[in-house]
Ligand binder design. Sequence first.
Ligand code: HEM
Length: 543
Amino acid sequence: MDNFYPLYGLVGCAVLYATYHRFTRISLGDIRGPEPESFLLGNLRQLQQDTAGHADFEWTNRYGGIVRIKGPFGEDKLMISDPKALQYILSTSGYNFIKSPDRRELTRALTGDGLLFAEGEDHKRHRKVMLPAFGGPESKALFPVFHSTAEQLVTRWKECINNDGEPSSVLNVPFWLSRAALDAIGEAAFDYQFGALEEADSQLGQAYNNLFADAFALPSSMKVFFQNITKYIPIPLLQMAYGKLPAPSLRRIRSTAESANQVAKNLIEEKGEALLHGRGNRDVMTLLVKANKSTNVKAQLSEGEMFAQMRTVMLAGHETTGNSLTWTLWELAKNPKIQARLRNEIRDTEVNIRQRGGSDFTLADIEGMPYLQAVLKESLRFHPVALHMLRQPAKDEVIPLFKPIMTKSGKMVHEVAVPEGTRLILSIPAYNRDPDLWGSDAHTFNPDRWLDGHAKGNNGPSIGVVGNLLTFSSGIRSCIGWRFAMVEMETFLLNLVNNFEFSLTDESKRVTRQSALVMVPMVEGKLDEGAQLPLKVTIAPRD
Ligand code: HEM
């Protein structure tokens, strides 16, 4: 019996610690939020299975910029869209709000130990090496690559229309834009030809195409449950699960990783060789290899980390731009007046270019078109393709608020105490449509808000990198590729609207926004067919 004394002691200490923790831990019980739908899923079915952003809008409208929602087994989570709170979490106190260790394992499975995965000092080291490749001049220098890929897409669409022998064709826009974005990132980031638009896809092209929609769209309740209880699973076990479990989505992720690592290895060797012989392109990978070589040895990225950066850039920079453009074309199809006004601006600029003796658009021409910029920003505000950022405080924190919230006990509070480890869901759609920041028409697609000079999100603290939007995040982990993405999307939008008119089909009137890590379009009644948005595409007439 005596042999058990140490065990009793240990159990007693654990019970004492749990009781102490239970009663000294800061409580979130006074923060208002929706009633949970069930004990196992809390409110997560609404968040992950309803149309993307719907729950975010409803809850923030009812409870304010911090909402308490429930996860499995009654776990408290906070959904945050208050601008000052976001500024505090993402910038002011950025490194105190970490990505949760279990969710990072999913990122590691998708991208390896790259920038999206790295935390703390590692993150600073990765970001320092990568930043020079994503500067303003570096991104602008990629304009010719984006322009020629956009022209290739225009040619393919004209072929489709001619083949149909009609003045227009119904085209599944995300199918094509995803391929075009893959070719663009292949060439701009790695000087690598995927051949996706020519439908001569490399193995890697096939692996990346529609990865998000195939692996993450329409999660079953079981999947939502498992995705949200990984915090209870020890990390080595989780790593084993991601590495070995035969689930189709995990198999897809693993085979993509294998193909990408092989290509990354070859490319990095080639680029290193080329630089040794004084050659080298302006693609992101070459700049990265160069920056890594010129960094002090201790701060350099390892070979494995360099492979991971390639997988990170592929994943973060491909379906994001493709889907953002898809949503932009949908809005133009729904709003023919906005579409015609945009085309007029493009055609007027074309006339100016001819008058000055030029033959084609330059990036400066595109950046000088106020309405094109306004349409793109409004689309990024209205349809942010990355919906949520997940963080947790590394220690107990007090989060300040821009707009006070009313608690359950009827107090108005200007800050919220949050215990270490609380799962925070930073809602990009809720912030981007906050009427206090964007005006009472925040839920209307209205590019003019960017021209009027009011309601540009300037009513709140400074947040995002583009137009104070949260779309590219903010602060220490803001999107490193935002300039790259803007140059790419502006160039595509110009070429597509200059050449084609877009109108709705019966199916595109039934499009809904679905969450699949990025937000993808699906047709109501045809969700099982995956991501699609069929638009009627007609050659735009010229006078
Ligand atoms: C419309 C297009 C894009 C959108 C909306 C977007 C959005 C975002 C968001 C919201 C984050 C923060 C994620 C988080 O912290 O949880 C992020 C991070 C990141 N993005 Fe983008 N992105 C876009 C395009 C790109 C492109 C084109 C690239 C690369 C060429 C890229 C590379 C990255 C990387 C590497 C990170 C991680 C940064 C870090 O953790 O320090 N993104 N992006």
